[in-house]
Design a protein around this ligand. Structure first.
Ligand code: PLP
Length: 378
């Protein structure tokens, strides 16, 4: 045990001095993907965007100079109005937060008493069980079906106070249908549809909000607007649930910089639409190349990544050899069902070309096998 000094006079062990909550040993914290400090790495492991919204970056510079000495608007009113118009809901149905992770945490805070059950499909975003543990909740993880199909009956039968479904899901990019989600919503207490990746899909599930008061949709600026480092996201919910979220959030949970950049990003949807289309094109081209030229199983993805199974190869070894070439992709070593697969985020056209050349090299293919991958500069 660590010795500490109190008022410079006496020494105690930390265990005797600070009594922590009894279940602290069960809280392991979120394990983020590797962030190599050196910009020369090609980083395809945490689904960041290769570019940030240029309007947001310009707004950040102005906001910093003009008003950084002042506290931000606690409710992010302007942003709320713009987001409400974007989705055709009332401003009172929108709550902004410090990344969508903040909203996921607040949802557990408002819906769950300690000991309540939180339900999530697995594999999915690994933060859900972490937040459930922090909330003192019991987590029930329900395995996805074949090809990551949503097990709606089992999810409903698990009877959670909150049920989390990411759609498109992480790690395979599977997007779930409105009928399945509507059926699930009609049978659970609170259904949270995590749409962190939905701008890369053909449609969203925001309409369910109009049909079901117990649905909450969360959105992120991290992937779609290239603002992961800023931390900005929001929840769309019934006015009652949104009001509860506002009452438990940190007072100033969205900085002035984040509010200014978020407004600018939502004000330049033309750039965003072009950006999303370019990512989708590169994603589909990468999937097709991995399937057709390498004979690998690639799951249909509607997100900004592809998930490829490496049957006949050792995914850990492929990952390591890519890292030797300064390319980092994500592997989920802790889950035996997906441990021999890799999740590859879609980067710039140049990043994807470098990836394909390195991947072909590692898999022992001729470099020519990778040539047809998208080379568009957008
Ligand atoms: C499904 C899902 N939801 C939410 C997030 C986090 O979003 P944010 O950066 O807005 O907190 C991630 C990040 O990887 C994710 O995969």
């Amino acid at each position: 045990m660590t010795e500490v000094r109190v008022c410079g006079l006496m020494s105690f062990s930390v265990g005797e001095l600070v009594r922590l909550r009894r279940d602290m040993a069960a809280i392991h914290g979120y394990v983020p993907g590797l962030q190599p400090g050196d910009a020369s790495w090609i980083k395809l492991n945490t689904n960041e965007s290769p570019e940030a919204s240029p309007a947001a970056v310009a707004a950040l510079r102005d906001a910093a100079a003009a008003s950084i000495r002042l506290y931000p608007d606690p409710i992010s009113h302007e942003l709320r109005d713009v987001a409400a118009r974007r989705h055709g809901v009332q401003p009172e149905q929108v709550v902004f937060g410090n990344g969508s992770d903040d909203l996921l945490n607040l949802l557990i805070r408002v819906a769950c008493d300690p000991g309540d059950r939180v339900v999530a499909a697995t594999p999915s975003y690994s933060l859900y069980p972490v937040l459930a543990a922090i909330g003192g909740c019991d987590i029930r993880e329900v395995p996805l079906g074949d090809d990551f199909a949503l097990p709606v009956r089992q999810l409903a039968a698990a009877r959670g106070k909150i049920t989390f479904v990411a759609s498109p899901n992480n790690p395979a990019g599977t997007h779930y249908g409105a009928d399945d989600l509507r059926w699930l919503a009609s049978r659970v207490n609170l259904l949270v549809i995590d749409e962190a990746y939905v701008e890369f899909a053909d449609r969203d599930n925001v309409d369910l909000l109009r049909e079901c008061d117990n649905v909450c949709v969360t959105r992120s600026f991290s992937k779609s607007f290239g603002l992961a480092g800023l931390r900005l996201g929001y929840a769309l919910a019934s006015p009652e649930l949104a009001d509860a979220l506002l009452r438990v959030k940190d007072s100033y949970n969205v900085s002035r910089l984040a509010q200014s950049a978020g407004l600018a990003a939502l004000g330049d949807l033309d750039w965003a639409e072009r950006h999303w289309a370019a990512i989708r094109r590169r994603r589909d081209a990468l999937g097709a190349t991995l399937r057709e030229q390498f004979g690998l199983k690639v799951h249909p993805s509607e997100a900004n990544f592809v998930f490829v199974e490496l049957d006949g190869y050792d995914a850990a070894d492929v990952q390591r050899q890519l890292e030797d070439r300064r390319i980092v992709v994500r592997r989920f070593a802790g889950d035996p069902r997906i441990a021999n697969a890799l999740r590859i985020s879609i980067g710039s056209a140049e990043d994807m070309q470098s990836f394909m050349a390195a991947f072909g090299d590692v898999l022992g293919h001729e470099a020519g096998a990778a040539q047809s991958c998208d080379t568009d500069p957008g």
